[in-house]
Design a protein around this ligand. Structure first.
Ligand SMILES: Nc1ncnc2c1ncn2[C@@H]1O[C@H](COP(=O)(O)OP(=O)(O)OP(=O)(O)O)[C@@H](O)[C@H]1O
Ligand SMILES: [Mg+2]
Length: 474
């Protein structure tokens, strides 16, 4: 702000000063030429009197002309000494003025200059930088050479008062100052207003960012105006909304995870306390309790490794180890591994593979995708159920469907089935040991491969999961 005022002030001052200088020059131009013409004319008349040393006649002429012109006339010799003076005061003294010197030493024939009375300093263009003193006495000095036979023999100095012209100039200068102050005040007021308008929204956003920095993610800024400011406000709001959501889901994740870990721990505590406080417990029962503890530990292990998988996927640390694989082989391997579990539940797995589906992908991660979906199908389908696994190739996609004839998933739960920790029937899943992480891992892994996973289900009839994977060639 200060810099702005300085620039405005300096430029205005420069303009005002040059303007006054120009006006001054203009006002003096008339006076200067008439004074000079008079002086030159008189010089011609006086020259013979001076050369012939008719000092008395010279003095009479000077007094008469001076009175007529309303100024003072002096004749100076070549050393600058006054020889005759219409005021009869300065005869015999030296006059040192630039207008005199220019004739005596620089060989000019005429000269003119404006002075404050008593000052040797002649007014120049730059003299207008400082305020003019209107009360001082101002005079114009005209000089003309006295010549005889082409030789300069002395000079005539005419000093005429120019009070009126100077007073006008001083008045003008005073007005310029007033204009300057008014203009500067108006300009700074406008500048202040403009900067307020421009910086206010920025200041609002800055304050909001500071609030966010202190941990308050609920801040939003009003979206006003148009153009870049509006875009900035909108972008800020979108960002803070995303951050808030992220923060909420992270908190939710931590609380869900802790809850999941607490359940097996609580079970183990009860089992172990039983063993501790009943030292004479039957050996077979104790063994039963211990194997339950063992099972809970296995479950804890599984939950933790699922959590670690999710976290490493979130932090984008996980990289796919792609190689050329046959997806059909992955499906067969998983079916084989889960075949025994299905057999125990007297379930039948029907494999139908019509293409090798050779692709460039990560075997371990695709194995986990197929495993999690098939594991669910077996887990949630009652004994004696049928699980149909079908792999086909359609254009540049491999399509895997895993369908069961289990209880199905209620319509209102379908949209959440891929959410972390989401279980349809909390009690039922607990019995089968589910955490609700399996499908969210499936979803992430399929996305990493550039594919999609979807679900269709009808309550009481069964569920079908469909995985579509693009066949990348390495
Ligand atoms: N084939 C299916 N039939 C019926 N319900 C299913 C089926 N697959 C999944 N679900 C439902 O979806 C929920 C989420 O499945 P998900 O695999 O994510 O978790 P989970 O099996 O409970 O636990 P986890 O797989 O982490 O051990 C399950 O709890 C279950 O209620
Ligand atoms: Mg599961």
């Amino acid at each position: 702000m200060f810099a702005f005022l300085l620039v405005v002030g300096v430029s205005y001052y420069a303009v005002a000063t040059s303007l006054i200088g120009l006006v001054g020059d203009y006002l003096f131009a008339d006076r200067r030429s008439s004074d000079q013409a008079i002086t030159e004319q008189l010089a011609v008349e006086i020259a013979p009197l001076y050369v012939n040393a008719r000092i008395n006649d010279l003095q009479t002429l000077l007094v008469a002309s001076g009175g007529e012109l309303g100024g003072r006339l002096m004749v100076l010799d070549m050393s600058g000494m006054v020889q005759a003076d219409s005021f009869s005061e300065l005869v015999g003294s030296l006059v040192e003025l630039p207008e005199v010197a220019s004739i005596l030493t620089d060989g000019q024939t005429v000269d003119y200059g404006v002075h404050q009375l008593g000052s040797r300093q002649k007014m120049t263009f730059f003299s207008y930088v400082t305020p003019l003193n209107a009360n001082a006495q101002w005079v114009g000095y005209s000089t003309a050479a006295l010549t005889s036979g082409g030789q300069t023999v002395g000079l005539l100095l005419f000093s005429s008062p120019i009070q009126d012209v100077m007073q006008n100039l001083a008045k003008l200068q005073g007005k310029m100052w007033l204009y300057f102050l008014v203009t500067a005040a108006v300009a700074s007021a406008i500048a202040l207003l403009l900067s307020r308008i421009v910086t206010k929204p920025v200041a609002t956003i800055t304050r909001s960012i500071q609030r966010m920095g202190r941990g308050d993610l609920s801040v939003r800024v009003p979206v006003k105006g148009s153009g870049e400011m509006r875009k900035l406000s909108e972008a800020f709001n979108v960002m803070s909304e995303k951050l808030e959501m992220l923060d909420k889901s992270r908190n939710q994740f931590v609380s869900n995870a802790s809850h999941e870990l607490k359940t097996p721990l609580a079970t183990m505590k009860i089992l172990l306390e039983n063993i501790i406080y009943q030292p004479d417990m039957d050996a077979a029962v104790r063994m039963d309790f211990l194997s339950d503890v063992n099972r809970e530990i296995n479950r804890l292990n599984m939950i933790i490794s699922d959590l670690l998988t999710l976290v490493s996927m979130d932090s984008k640390n996980m990289r796919l180890k792609r190689e050329t694989i046959k997806f059909a082989q992955v499906v067969k391997d998983v079916s084989h591994r889960l075949g025994m579990v299905a057999e125990r539940r007297r379930q039948q797995i029907k494999l139908q593979i019509s293409d090798n589906c050779e692709m460039y992908a990560d075997t371990a991660k695709l194995t986990q995708v197929v495993y999690n979906i098939m594991d669910n199908a077996i887990k949630y389908t009652p004994e004696g159920g049928l699980i149909r696994v079908r792999l086909i190739r359609m254009g540049r996609d491999a399509i895997l469907t895993i369908a069961d004839n289990g209880p199905g998933i209620p319509q209102q739960d379908l949209p959440h089935i891929f959410d972390r920790f989401y279980r349809v029937d909390k009690a039922r899943s607990r019995d089968t040991g589910g955490t609700g992480l399996g499908l969210s891992i499936v979803n992430q892994l399929v996305l990493m491969h550039g594919g999609t996973v979807s679900v269709q289900s009808e309550e009481g009839h069964g569920t079908t999961f469909t995985v579509e994977l693009p066949i990348h060639q390495g």
